[in-house]
Every structure is written in structure tokens, then in C-alpha cells.
Design a protein around this ligand. Structure first.
Ligand code: NAD
Length: 500
């Protein structure tokens, strides 16, 4: 057994209990409440990203072989952001030329944007918000005070293991909490890098990293937390929520689901297909929570759409996508065999119109399109979370709303159309965590929009001020004076008092 493994086995319920006690004492000291502490941690996080850009990119490459294309595309998308790499923070442009191990700079850029935004806005976020009062309490004034919740737990997933660990941490720090981060064991290189770097850059007495899998997470979940922020699948989400319920701990659950894309006729098909491709295969080869899970379109559109997808896929990934360096691999052999089972289901036999190649030794599956799949096939029963894209055919595009609403509520829903009425109908009829019209995933990049699920795709949200709110309690405060003390309030309740 390696020293690392030995250390891990000692993290049991007793160790978890000691850890939370330590953090509770630090929280009680008031250290993490100050504006200065919060800002210093956020600045250190940016410094950590700057000084370890290569190490972070290397770890992400080891865990997922994140490709260059992904980072370039997302760097372009980040141009109108808060983070000006060359001259501090403020509105500006990010550089988007690629240097060195650029594959995963996208993730780093997004995190730096979150930190930079929090640094810029924190004073405003922390300020008590004035609230209106009523005649009933006249004279009085009221405000809503954001107070830190206390000791919080963040459990993150493997698919964007750096961003999904540290982006919630930005919210927890901004709100003034102490915290434990538990990264995913399925992305071990990133997990151990986080365990090494965070104590070097952040306040180790207030921010802890616990590495490990089910037993370590279970030990943590036995403890009383003031908030649990979990990113991952719904099965574990239920375990987290049940554990939290024992202590009446509030949770944010960032889960997944089957995110649909509805494609109408009369659109710029080339732009639509390019955006679908980048949203699906350009994001971790479909292993992203808001990746398109399936397409719904009409019969007259389907063939044109498939032709366009094939053409653009070939432009991006060449004739042999198995050899493309621009596509991530599948995270591990369990997920590889889960995905191949979906393809080998009899109900979709003969439905593959593009791709379907696999390389088990290198955990690669090429972009795969399946046309006119039956709704009772395996691939339509669970979140795909991989490079397979089924297309469903409906008689008229409005029938898509029922198809979507007959399943569980997705994390994201997309519509490509020029028809104003359809856009309105889609927004009003389809329940989803978030919606983007005529693009994929881009609502996630807007920090003024909350990011989160609804129903089985999750509860609660974060990003921008919503991250601060997720880790704060909104305390109602009323200030009264000794004036306006109406006799009517106090017994004995006599009619005489009312007439007065
Ligand atoms: P995962 O396997 O990394 O698990 C997530 C976390 O749960 C890990 O830290 C893991 O250690 C912990 N865990 C696993 N089993 C556990 C158990 N029995 N008890 C306690 N903790 C346990 O990630 P995953 O679940 O495979 O992630 C993929 C899912 O996450 C997909 O459904 C995806 O859509 C969703 N996701 C959602 C978001 C979002 O922001 N909404 C982001 C990424 C992924």
C-alpha cells in the first residue's frame, strides 16, 4: 500500500468529525467573515491559476485528454468577460492565442472570470439590502443582511474536475464560510493537484480538501453541515439529500438529465449544426451536463440536418475521428461499456447513420448519430453523457414540447428556429433548468443568469451573485424605535381600544 493510500484509509467518521469541529471553531472566531479575508482568498486563487496553468492543464489532460479545440473555442467565447489577463480585472478581452499545454485553459479562464467578478462585486454583494416597511411597524426601517452559513461541504464531479470543484468554492469564500472540498476520485490527477495546491495558496485553517471515494464521502456526509453543494448524478444526489435531511441541512444539487435540442426548418442549418457539434462533441465529447442529449426534428428536416452534421463533423474531426486529437476520451472503462451497451441495444440496430467506431484500448468512441430512434430504446431512457446523439422524428415541431415534458425535467433545453411564436411557446411550455435559443450551452456563460436544474436535474443554482447567495443566509432585520407603541397590540382586547 502506498503512503497516499494509507493516508486515505484513515479518513473515517472520527476524522471527519474532528475536521468539522476544527472548521466550526475557525468560523466561530469570525476570521472568514471579513471582506479582507474573502478578497485575499479570491486573489490567491487567481494567482494559483496563473502560476500553475501548465500543471492544471496537464492534470486535466491526464484525466480526460481534454483537447486543444475545446480551449480555443471557449477562450473565444470568453472574450467579453471580466477577466483582463494583461491588465488586471475589469471588462476587457481575454487573450485567445494558445500557448504550451493549452488544452484546458478554457476551464482555468472560466474560473478566473468567476474570481475576478467576485472581487469586483463583493462589496456590493455584502452590502445589506434596504427593504420597504409598512404602516404596521411605523416608524421603522428594514434590511436584508447576507450572513455566511457556517461550515459547508462541496462535493464535485469528474467531467470538469477543476472548474466544478473551484467555482462553487468561489461562492463559499465570497459568502464568508469555512469549507471542505471533496473532488471526484474519477479524475485522480486533478484531485491530487487540488489537494496539493489549495493548502499552498488558500487559508488552510478555513479551506480543507479531502480526497477519496464513497467511504470518505460517506464519512463527510455523516457530519452536520450548514450547506452541502453537490455536483454529480441523481442517484448520489438522493444519498446526499437524505444525509442532509438528518441535520436539516440545505442542499444545492447540480445534477444532469436528458437535454433536448429542437431543430425547426427555415434556419441557417450550417450555423446551427456547427453550434450543436461544439456543444456536444466539443465539450468533453458529450461528457458535459448541458450537452445536447438528443435532437427532435420533423421528417422533412431530418435528412438535411444529418447531411449537415456529417459535413461539419468531417470538417472539424477529419475522415477518421478516432485519430483526432480534438476529441476527449471516455473517462473510464465503466462509462465506455455503459455507452457501448446503449449502441448495442437491439432497438437501435440499423439506426446509426454516422460514426459508431470504438477503440476500447484507448477509451475512444467517435461522434455517433442515430436517426429515428424509438422512444422506448435504452438510449432514450437514461442520460447519455457521451458522444452518441439520437434524433427523434415528430410530425410537427410543436409536438416536441410533449416529448420533452413526458420525461424528467432536463438541465438545459435548446431550440433552433426563426419563428417568434415557436420561441415563445418553447420558453413557456418546456420546463428545464435553463434555455438557450439558437445556440447550445451559452446561457451558462452569462454570469447574470442563475445556473442550475429543476426537478430531477437539480435544486438551487449558482454563478455570479447566485453563487454568493447559494452560500449565504438572507437575514431579515427590522429596526424599530420606542415610538408608535399602539395599545391595540396588548391585552386585554377590549372594543374600546379598537374605537380609539
Ligand atoms: P462522480 O462519479 O465524480 O460523482 C460525483 C461525486 O459523488 C464524487 O465526488 C463522488 O466521490 C461522489 N460519490 C459517488 N458515489 C457516492 C456515494 N455512494 N456516496 C457519496 N458520494 C458519492 O460524477 P458523476 O455522478 O458520474 O457525474 C456525472 C453526472 O453529473 C451527470 O449526470 C452530469 O449530468 C452531472 N453533472 C452535473 C453538472 C451540473 O453543473 N449540473 C456538472 C457536471 C456533471
Amino acid at each position: 500500500m502506498s503512503t497516499e493510500e494509507e493516508n486515505r484509509t484513515v479518513f473515517d467518521v472520527a476524522a471527519a468529525s474532528m475536521l468539522t469541529k476544527e472548521l466550526r471553531d475557525v468560523f466561530a472566531s469570525g476570521k472568514t467573515r471579513s471582506y479582507e479575508w474573502r478578497i485575499s482568498q479570491l486573489k490567491s486563487m487567481i494567482k494559483m491559476c496563473d502560476e500553475h496553468e501548465e500543471d492544471i492543464a496537464d492534470a486535466l489532460h491526464q484525466d480526460l485528454s481534454k483537447p486543444k479545440l475545446e480551449s480555443i473555442v471557449y477562450e473565444l467565447l470568453q472574450r467579453q468577460s471580466y477577466c483582463n489577463w494583461d491588465s488586471g480585472w475589469g471588462f476587457g478581452t481575454t487573450r485567445f492565442e494558445c500557448t504550451g499545454e493549452e488544452r484546458s485553459i478554457r476551464t482555468i479562464t472560466m474560473l478566473k472570470n468567476s474570481c475576478a467578478l467576485a472581487i469586483k462585486e463583493l462589496k456590493q454583494w455584502m452590502m445589506p439590502e434596504k427593504a420597504k416597511t409598512s404602516l404596521l411597524t411605523f416608524p421603522s426601517s428594514a434590511e436584508i443582511v447576507s450572513e455566511p452559513l457556517g461550515v459547508v461541504l462541496i462535493i464535485s464531479a469528474w467531467n470538469y474536475p477543476f472548474l466544478l470543484s473551484l467555482d462553487p468554492l468561489v461562492g463559499a469564500i465570497s459568502a464568508g464560510n469555512t469549507m471542505v472540498l471533496k473532488p471526484s476520485e474519477l479524475s485522480p490527477a486533478t484531485s491530487s493537484l487540488l489537494a496539493k495546491l489549495l493548502p499552498e495558496y488558500l487559508d488552510v485553517s478555513s479551506i480543507k480538501v479531502v480526497e477519496g471515494a464513497v467511504s470518505e464521502t460517506s464519512a463527510l456526509l455523516e457530519q452536520k453541515w450548514d450547506k452541502i453543494f453537490y455536483t454529480g448524478n441523481g442517484r448520489v444526489g438522493r444519498i446526499v439529500m437524505a444525509a442532509a435531511a438528518k441535520h436539516l441541512t440545505p442542499v444545492v444539487l447540480e445534477l444532469g438529465g436528458k437535454s433536448p435540442v429542437v431543430v425547426d426548418s427555415g434556419i441557417d442549418l450550417q450555423i446551427a449544426t456547427r453550434r450543436i457539434i461544439i456543444g456536444k462533441w466539443g465539450c468533453n465529447n458529450g461528457q458535459a451536463c448541458i450537452s445536447p442529449d438528443y435532437i427532435i426534428t420533423t421528417k422533412d428536416c431530418a435528412d438535411k440536418l444529418v447531411d449537415s452534421l456529417k459535413k461539419e463533423l468531417e470538417t472539424f474531426y477529419g475522415e477518421n475521428p478516432l485519430e483526432s486529437k480534438d476529441i476527449s476520451r471516455i473517462v473510464n472503462s465503466n462509462h465506455f461499456s455503459r455507452l457501448t451497451k446503449l449502441l448495442d441495444d437491439d432497438k437501435v440496430s440499423g439506426k446509426i447513420v454516422y460514426g459508431g467506431e470504438r477503440d476500447e484500448a484507448n477509451l475512444k468512441i467517435t461522434p455517433t448519430i442515430l436517426l429515428d430512434v424509438p422512444r422506448d430504446s435504452l438510449i432514450m431512457k437514461e442520460e447519455i453523457f457521451g458522444p452518441l446523439l439520437p434524433i427523434l422524428i415528430v410530425s410537427k415541431i410543436e409536438d416536441s414540447w410533449d416529448v420533452i415534458n413526458s420525461g424528467t425535467k432536463p438541465l438545459a433545453a435548446y431550440l433552433f428556429t426563426n419563428n417568434k411564436k415557436l420561441k415563445e411557446q418553447f420558453v413557456m411550455s418546456v420546463s428545464a433548468g435553463g434555455v438557450t435559443i439558437n445556440d447550445i450551452a451559452m446561457h451558462l456563460a452569462i454570469h447574470t443568469l442563475p445556473f442550475g436544474g429543476v426537478g430531477e436535474s437539480g435544486t438551487g443554482s449558482y454563478h455570479g451573485i447566485f453563487s454568493f447567495d447559494a452560500f449565504s443566509h438572507k437575514k431579515a432585520v427590522l429596526y424599530r424605535s420606542f415610538m408608535g407603541d399602539a395599545a391595540l397590540r396588548y391585552p386585554p382586547y377590549t372594543l374600546g381600544k379598537i374605537r380609539l
